[in-house]
Design a protein around this ligand. Structure first.
Ligand SMILES: NC(=O)c1ccc[n+]([C@@H]2O[C@H](COP(=O)([O-])OP(=O)(O)OC[C@H]3O[C@@H](n4cnc5c(N)ncnc54)[C@H](O)[C@@H]3O)[C@@H](O)[C@H]2O)c1
Length: 271
């Protein structure tokens, strides 16, 4: 998600720093962004001059200190509250006092990240969808600690990115994932109950509901580890048995079958 968000922000005219845990992985993220732009040029969605201008506004770094002068930082690391909270504490110490710190979390409580900082009124969620360059929606997540000026500024950023903002409260899953993940989890349970094959369930939901992809293709796109974390967060907050993660999903994550990003999930992408 990180490189997709960087692409969207750079395309809107922002100067973007992509920070990863090493220079090599940051360079890898910029390379992914470059590939995405090249594909758009190939499909005549952008000119090569536009792509070059976008790329020139992005640089990668392994150093958190380089974010000191940023006006807005969007965190998009692994969906793990402990990791995110520690990062917000570090960002708060390093990034200039008037900057906004945001998270791209899919489900985790934004207020807990905000309270790791000395500026909880300047922390909120900016939840992009996958792939960020293509999907129109951004959920603007409002924790009870956020100041109206923060949310107003974030709406301005989202609009400048050409996205449609929907403001949502800081509840597990917000709107989209609170509705989507019970469905995705139910699809895995239908497969476990052998109601139909995986391909059959995917074709049924595309043909019967007009969805652009079926639940298993979507789980593979989201990432099975991220999907498991989302379901765990939904279950932790609601204790609703319909979102208790399906056993098959747990076993696949344990086996390292994470979807497209690992080359193998419900479908096999290695050939
Ligand atoms: N995948 C989706 O469809 C999707 C959509 C919207 C939002 N999100 C959210 O975006 C965030 C990232 O998800 P993703 O799908 O890009 O995951 P990913 O696994 O592709 O990327 C996670 C990144 O976090 C890094 N990371 C792992 N542990 C870390 C640590 N301890 N400290 C710092 N960095 C660490 C990894 O190196 C990796 O670059 C999550 O919060 C997720 O919920 C994901």
């Amino acid at each position: 998600m990180g490189s997709g968000i960087a692409e969207v922000a750079a395309a809107s005219g922002c100067e973007v720093i992509v920070r990863s845990r090493s220079q090599a992985t940051a360079d890898g993220m910029v390379a992914v962004l470059e590939k995405s732009l090249a594909r758009q040029v190939e499909r005549e969605k952008r000119t090569s001059e536009e792509a070059a201008a976008i790329l020139s506004r992005v640089r990668g770094t392994g150093e958190l200190e380089e974010l000191t002068d940023c006006d807005l930082v969007i965190e998009s690391v692994v969906e793990d509250l402990t990791v995110k909270k520690a990062l917000f504490g570090e960002l708060d110490r390093l990034v200039k006092r008037d900057a906004i710190l945001a998270t791209n979390t899919s489900t985790l409580p934004v207020v807990e990240m905000a309270m790791e900082t000395s500026r909880p009124e300047q922390v909120c969620g900016i939840h992009f969808f996958n792939p960020a360059a293509v999907m129109r929606l951004v959920e603007v997540v409002v924790p009870i600690t956020a100041a109206p000026a923060t949310i107003e500024a974030v709406h301005g950023f989202v609009e400048a990115c050409g996205k449609e903002a929907v403001e949502v409260q800081d509840r597990a899953g917000f709107v989209v994932n609170a509705l989507l993940f019970p469905y995705l989890n139910s699809a895995i349970r239908l497969l476990e109950a052998q109601v139909a094959t995986m391909e059959g369930i995917d074709r049924a939901m595309m043909g019967g509901c007009g969805f652009p992809m079926g639940p298993f293709a979507l789980l593979d796109l989201v990432g099975l580890d991220t999907s498991l974390s989302i379901l765990e967060a939904l279950y932790a907050e609601s204790a609703d048995p319909s979102v208790a993660p399906a056993t098959t999903l747990r076993r696949m994550v344990a086996a390292g079958r994470l979807g497209r990003k690992s080359g193998h999930g419900f479908y096999d992408y290695r050939h």
